[in-house]
Ligand binder design. Structure first.
Ligand code: ADP
Ligand code: MG
Length: 348
């Protein structure tokens, strides 16, 4: 598995609060022209001229959202950024800045925080965003990370959850369920390790699933792709809690129903084979797994020719009127009422 390579241990008390902030943030330069001023004053100064500004925030708590037994800190830093950028892209906006707030106990040496920031820095570099501020404080127990992402878009390009209309097509990016199965693999290995600390896991066949869990990528490419294809979605949401839950959000907020086709849900072959190994239903995993960080959106029927050849995009259903309900059409051609967790057959 991926190890944090830094093994020395400098107590953070040696640096003091300001020394620590300076140390962690010293390499974080400014590259966005919308960042007038970043770290170092009471507040950052941003200038979006005539654009709309989008802002989103997430809080990650050790023991609730991540387990440091198998999540390397560098990956945690990277993922914490992805989780937020994904929400910006789900507005069809461009992400440009983040702020990073952390609470740490003295259980974490400086080197651990360096690893966390190495992940944040890598994400900022690859996704072309500036870290323009944050807060650093102490915690009596675990690690807490809160990231706020800021982005911008032209008013007419913004896409909300509530714009889906009857007959629109429901489209998903990438494939689903892999991050959840990656988590199942990691949890299993953790239990094996607790019993036998000398066990040497062979996880090669699970690389894709573990990567999707530990190092997800936000779909920065999708707003760009849609623009290039001249497609503006009518509604959009990112898939963080599972396809089922996000479909319900889109439909409820748009006041419509949907027919979602089980056979169309994109699954990686690795998900299918590991679901067999774990005796799990791959459709249930894709619907309820979560942490995919793909985008789910609706488009007008007339835009279908523009997207149909694209391997990143799969049409998985179509929007119906509200009274037809939020339904999954199974392979056996039965319609099942979708639930945020699990499914219940519609009683007709
Ligand atoms: P204040 O007392 O105004 O909260 P701080 O001393 O906490 O200011 O922070 C000084 C500067 O360092 C500010 O620009 C702040 O945004 C930034 N900063 C503090 N902690 C972090 C962090 N963990 N990551 C990035 N920037 C940080
Ligand atoms: Mg502060």
């Amino acid at each position: 598995m991926i190890e944090d390579k830094n093994t020395s241990k400098t107590p953070i008390s040696e640096l003091g609060e300001f020394g620590l902030i300076n140390h962690l943030t010293k390499n974080l330069g400014i590259k966005q022209k919308t960042s007038d001023f970043g770290i170092g004053d009471d507040a950052a100064v941003l200038d979006f001229k005539n654009k709309k500004c989008v802002l989103t925030t997430d809080l990650l708590i050790e023991g609730v959202h991540f387990d440091l037994a198998y999540v390397p800190l560098k990956h945690l830093g990277y993922k914490a950024v992805m989780v937020n950028l994904s929400d910006v892209y789900a507005m069809n906006a461009t992400a440009s800045q983040i702020t990073v707030s952390i609470a740490v106990s003295n259980r974490f040496p400086l080197e651990a925080l360096e690893e966390l920031y190495a992940g944040i820095e890598t994400a900022a570099k690859i996704y072309n965003i500036d870290v323009v501020g944050g807060d650093t404080t102490s915690s009596t127990t675990g690690l807490i990370i809160s990231i706020t992402a800021i982005g911008h878009a032209n008013k007419e390009d913004l896409v909300y959850r509530n714009g889906a209309n009857e007959n629109d097509l429901l489209v998903v990016t990438g494939d689903l369920g892999a991050a959840y199965m990656g988590l199942q693999i990691l949890e299993r290995e953790k239990q094996v390790f607790e019993v036998n600390p000398n066990s040497q896991p062979d996880l090669d066949q699970y690389t894709y699933l573990i990567e999707r869990q530990l190092k997800p990528e936000a779909r920065k490419d999708i707003p760009e792709l849609l623009k290039a294809l001249d497609v503006k979605p009518t509604s959009m949401i990112d898939i963080s809690d599972g396809l089922s839950s996000e479909v319900i959000h889109l439909c409820t907020q748009s006041n419509v129903g949907v027919n979602l086709y089980e056979e169309k849900i994109p699954l990686d072959p690795a998900v299918i084979s590991v679901c067999e190994e774990f005796k799990l239903n791959s459709t249930t995993v894709a619907l309820n797994g979560g942490e995919d960080y793909e985008l789910l959106f609706t488009i007008k029927q007339e835009d279908y020719p523009k997207i149909k050849a694209n391997p990143n995009l799969t049409v998985i259903g179509h929007i119906t009127d509200k009274k037809s309900g939020i339904g999954l059409v199974t392979r056996a051609n039965e319609k099942i009422q979708l639930q945020a967790q699990g499914w219940n057959p519609i009683k007709e």
